[in-house]
Design a protein around this ligand. Sequence first.
Ligand code: PLP
Length: 409
Amino acid sequence: MSRTQDIIHQTEMYSANNYHPLPVVMTSGSGVWLMDVEGREYLDMFSAYSAQNFGHCHPRITVALIRQARRLGTTSRAVYTDIYNDFVQAIDVFCDMDKILPANGGAEAVETAIKLARKWGYEKKGVDHDRANIIFCDNNFHGRTISIISASSSSDNKNGFGPFTPGFTLVPFGDANAIERAVNENTVGVLLEPIQGEGGIILPPDGYLREVRNICNRHNVLFILDEIQTGFGRTGFNFAYEYEDHCGDVKPDILILGKALGGGVLPVSAVLSRKEIFEVIRPGDHGSTFGGNPLACAVGIAAINLTVDGRYASRSLNLGRYFMDGLRKIDSLLIKEVRGRGLMIGLELAEQDGIGRRFSEAMLREGVLCKETRNNVIRFSPPLIIGRDELDLALEKINKVILNWSWSQ
Ligand SMILES: *Cc1c(COP(=O)(O)O)cnc(C)c1O
């Protein structure tokens, strides 16, 4: 048995099988490259679901992490720390928000935003006790907790996990009128992804976010954006909503960040909002032992410092166009559509059972890491530090896999 097979076999034996990993065992990474235990290199066109926007082991992230690890680890927020003070100021300025509530994983931040919106609804909007409702979109992905899957339209995510949390309404994504129709006196928030990631890289029509913003304004409803995957330059803007935010009028009331905020090394997430909204949260209402811990703060500051000048965002926009142009030049019945913004790109393949998985495995054999989302959409979301040469290499390998494709397994 090879080292790879051996490790896969053992892992499957000792770990819950809640993922279906590609058959590769990574052991180190640097920039856009990953190395497996056999010494093979892979171009990372996946970035850990966008957690690795700065590339693997970015020196500024690594140094921030190690320095802080030598100075002070978790204290909990039972005390103040100097690094937390630095972090909250940096992130509030970066997001143009008044305040942050820190958390760890993305799902936890979405839960936090739901709690914040509900409490705001009762205390500020005057919604009747336990009647608050939040509007979500079909085909959404916001995480895996009970309440979040309660707002999911995917039976795969929900089956076997009921009973579910009430208080959520689903409407089609991209249809602002559907939101307007769904709003009532109990609606406290509209929570959506500016571009649906796990749902298959689905872009809403231009003007959608602006219309949703206006609807929220008219009905005194909080506009809540989940930018966990789209934030930090991924879509060609520091935040995906900026694509429509020409006059600063699409800004959400609550912004949720995660993934790349942790610099690819730690789970760091955040809920950001204005001070009058956060007024409803008082000591004891909500918290997390590790939320805002010194290591998270140190890498969060480093991630913000790398992003703030917009250099990665503009790279992402330009290289995304370049890569999508390359994909669109491929003439094959295998390809249904190429879509995306910045380096958040979906290659929709023809509908066939298991096609995305087979495609990802074929790419892996060519030394390129990518992964399907839904059955037949290949997501390309490389680290934003990637260059044209590497994208050319990816295109060459994609062409090769398509050219050699056999429709029967
Ligand atoms: C990944 C993701 C989440 C969940 O984040 P976790 O850290 O996996 O809990 C939530 N929303 C979006 C849009 C995501 O892409």
